[in-house]
Design a protein around this ligand. Structure first.
Ligand code: KG4
Ligand code: ZN
Length: 341
């Protein structure tokens, strides 16, 4: 196949990702994670993540080149996540990308992490439909974005005002005693539950909230509602059907996500929705989005789970698109910008 050969570097959080693509074809996707080093701290420690990126960088690049069967000198360009993310973590990736670009004499492209999450879908389903409405749902983000030209970035339409969707899955799983990460286990547990057994609240869908927060999300009230419901049952000495709670909670999250994504797409006259991030693996979310969108003549694209979580392939995919569309490369003084939108 043809298209530019691009190596992408992702270090915005705790995954050191190196991806290599040729156009829309994925050649290698090597990921080293420091997730275990953070477990005893109960969250990602920026300094620990930065050091882990530093240690993993060269071996992960070597592994990716080996898998792709290429030499570094073969690449047409280097792309790297320049933000948003943890400042120190981003800095390691950006410094590595600059070193490679400078020593190889190849152009460098700094890309936005969220735009890369959307662009990755090209590796599975081919050219991205534009305009598209993107919904990014993970442990870190829950956003609705409008995409007119992916190489120019994404326009935020809405986001969570408290917990991210994945965070809600993780917290509810913990309070149900299901373990971590919560998403996959709630997904599995919910399969044998009744999703209409309990009517949990749908955050920011009341009329008075829609004026200011039409495309925003709120999941912390839902989490509290689940906790209260379980406590009340236990206090009354009644049995808690964990599968029913999981299914009803999952239904509430998916219902709000899908409703708002469809509202945004229909309002903006957009016919395609792309879903990404760890929560995009959720079976109920995939089914509900596809079904309700079809009823409105809207298509839904969701990449396979391995491409939804943070990785280097998504950065390479967006870099290749930058090259293909003739975008001007970044300069070698490209900054890591942790608070980039
Ligand atoms: O994208 P990701 O791997 O990492 C970041 O947060 O950046 O997303 C992880 C999140 C976790 O909160 C996890 O519980 C959630 O994605 N998740 C799921 C599923 N698989 C992973 N949530 C719901 N259903 C799933 N099947
Ligand atoms: Zn991400």
């Amino acid at each position: 196949t043809d298209g530019p050969l691009v190596l992408g570097i992702e270090t915005s959080c705790d995954e050191t990702g190196i991806g290599i693509v040729r156009g829309h074809t994925l050649l290698a996707d090597a990921v080293a994670t420091s997730v275990e080093e953070h477990v005893r701290f109960g969250g990602v420690v920026p300094e620990v993540a930065s050091r882990a990126h530093l240690e993993a960088m060269v071996p992960t690049i070597e592994r990716a080149c080996e898998t792709a069967g290429i030499k570094l000198a073969d690449v047409d360009a280097i792309s790297v996540t320049s933000g948003p993310g943890l400042a120190g973590a981003l800095l390691v990736g950006v410094a590595a990308a600059k070193s490679l670009a400078w020593s190889l004499g190849k152009p460098i492209y700094g890309v936005n992490h969220l735009a890369a999450h959307v662009a990755v879908d090209q590796l599975q389903h081919g050219a991205l439909p534009e305009p598209a409405l993107a919904m990014l749902v993970s442990g870190g983000h829950s956003s609705l974005l409008k995409v007119t030209d992916i190489t120019l970035g994404v326009d935020p339409m809405g986001a969570t005002i408290d917990d991210a969707a994945g965070e809600a899955f993780d917290k509810v799983a913990r309070l149900l005693g299901l373990g971590f990460p919560g998403g996959p286990v709630i997904d599995r547990t919910a399969q044998s539950g009744n999703s209409v057994a309990i009517q949990f609240p749908r955050g920011l869908t009341a009329k008075r909230d829609l004026e200011r927060h039409r495309y925003d999300f709120s999941f912390s009230g839902l989490k509290t509602a689940v906790a209260r419901w379980v406590e009340a049952k236990q206090r009354a000495g009644e049995h808690v059907d964990v599968a029913d709670v999981a299914a009803s909670f999952q239904e509430a999250v998916c219902d709000v996500l899908v409703r708002k994504a469809l509202d945004a797409a229909v309002t903006e006259g957009i016919e395609h929705i792309v879903i990404g991030g760890g929560v995009a693996s959720n079976t109920r979310l995939r089914a509900m989005a596809t079904e309700r969108a079809a009823a409105k003549g809207i298509t839904v694209r969701v990449p396979r789970p391995g491409l939804c979580t943070d990785n280097g392939a998504m950065v390479a995919a967006l870099g290749a698109e930058m090259v293909a569309r003739g975008r001007t490369p970044s300069l070698l003084d490209l900054p890591a910008d942790s608070s980039q939108p």
